[in-house]
Design a protein around this ligand. Sequence first.
Ligand SMILES: [Zn+2]
Length: 202
Amino acid sequence: MQSRKIACNGCDLLIELPSVIAEDKKWSCPRCLHTITRGHKDAVSYALAIAISCLISFALSYSFSFIGFDVSGQYRDIKLIQTTLELFNQGYYFLSILVFALIGFLPVVYLYLLIRILLANIWGTTGKDLSYIAKSIHRLIPWLMVDVFLIGVLVALIKMWGLAHLSFGFSFWAYIVFVIQFSYLLYLVDQHKLWQWVKDAQ
Ligand SMILES: [Zn+2]
């Protein structure tokens, strides 16, 4: 059976892994116990379905009302994009661009790059840039903070609970679905699987 060496994300120890990991089998670093990869049946199709589903829920979360406020009979609802536009309008230019990049732009870039690798794997197309794409995905991962943004929104809503009557729009629920799907995708697509898909496509 073919094997490949991969560096542990936790302690950089080089670990030799088989190219095919049995379903539901987990490999951990022997030194720091960091989980390296988990076996998954038909992970390519599974990851592709979740990635496309993420794009749909992401598009829905930016298309409709996110949260509605009713303060003393005056109602206002905001869309998700307005959370960053509002910061921009108040003069927090750098912060608004940073928030938009972290919650809006980079997750879509990640999904696009991942789908390219998955489709290359399924269709058997070769591309010299696949290794570069995998490296880019690896660099992107620490900057993907969709779950942090959701926690921030929930904390802000708890503080506002007594001050205004709040209603949750369709986009709010779509964003929660997106965060759950996206977090699961990050959990599913580990470094080992990613490089194995690149190798299989070439
Ligand atoms: Zn380790």
